[in-house]
Design a protein around this ligand. Structure first.
Ligand code: SAM
Length: 275
């Protein structure tokens, strides 16, 4: 990525900024979430996995490390895809089993019934036409294959003030969702196969400052920026992390697996109590 002028650093979109600093951009729950998805979707080294909105590659790299499955990560952000590609060799992974390409979830360049698992993380919140994207995911997913999503949802109606701040950081209007919004997949003909809910740990301001300092100071590719420019980069990321920290304390997230079940089953009456 070519050097961005100091005065433009704060004007970059959230996704361009994430690719500039090459931040991990984990799904909520990080490696724990990827392990749960891998275990509960039963993928093996023979499985073919697609990740939508892979950013700098975190989830695709991790799922390949865990299972040695074949994985393709796509993202509309070219710089993120370049970052992800570089990380294949850095992680000592086999490039015949993991690859990254620029792609749009709304128009996938893959054949019908190609993948055993499609990982979406929180990328669906960033996709403009979600219904179109879901139809595409279903098309390229094998019968009985899984789509995993990791949505973040509000516990109660949030204050407008915090939503405005999140929107300012992201550069687009977030869709405020609640738990019930993630319970009905009948409209897409997908079976809700697995769902587990988690909350976030709220971090202290000092933790955020330490994390930002360490992170930016340990990115050799950012050494093209002088100390003043690095300060601008740190300030922006710290501000974003503080807004996210406040926002996430109002939310929970779910790890969800949806199955492309071709047969509509009858309702189950005696369901288990999952406490
Ligand atoms: C929050 S990040 C995803 C982070 C992480 N991979 C996860 O699992 O939560 C959203 C990503 O989706 C990408 N994105 C947005 N619209 C997209 C689209 N239509 N198709 C593919 N990727 C898209 C963005 O460029 C960004 O890298």
């Amino acid at each position: 990525m070519k050097k961005v002028k100091k005065e433009d650093l704060d004007k970059l979109s959230y996704t361009d900024f994430v690719s500039l600093i090459c931040e991990e951009n984990r799904p909520s729950g990080g490696k724990f979430t990827i392990r749960e998805i891998a275990k509960n979707s039963f993928i093996t080294k023979d499985s073919k996995v697609l990740e939508i909105g892979c950013t700098n590659g975190f989830s695709s790299l991790e799922i390949n490390k865990l299972t040695n499955c074949t994985v393709i990560g796509i993202d509309i952000n070219e710089n993120s895809v370049d970052n992800a590609k570089k990380r294949i060799a850095e992680n000592g992974l086999d490039s015949s089993r993991i690859s990254f390409e620029v792609g749009n979830a709304e128009e996938l360049q893959f054949s019908d019934n190609e993948f055993d698992l499609i990982i979406c993380g929180n990328a669906m919140s960033f996709v403009s036409n979600k219904s179109k994207a879901i139809e595409e995911l279903k098309r390229v997913l094998k019968p009985n294959g899984f789509i995993s999503i990791v949505p973040i949802w509000y516990k109660d109606i949030p204050d407008k003030n915090i939503i405005d701040k999140v929107n300012d950081e992201l550069g687009f209007q977030i869709n405020c969702t609640f738990e019930q919004d993630w319970n009905n997949y009948n409209k897409w003909n997908l079976e809700l196969y697995y769902k587990k809910d988690y909350s976030f740990v709220k971090r202290a301001k000092a933790d955020i400052e330490r994390y930002v300092d360490n992170m930016i100071d340990n990115k050799p590719h950012l050494d093209i920026y002088n100390e003043e420019e690095k300060k601008v980069i740190k300030n922006r990321w710290e501000r974003t992390m503080e807004v996210f920290n406040d926002n996430l304390s109002l939310t929970n997230f779910s790890i969800i697996l949806l199955r492309k079940n071709l047969v509509k089953e009858e309702e189950e009456l005696f369901i288990i109590n999952q406490n």
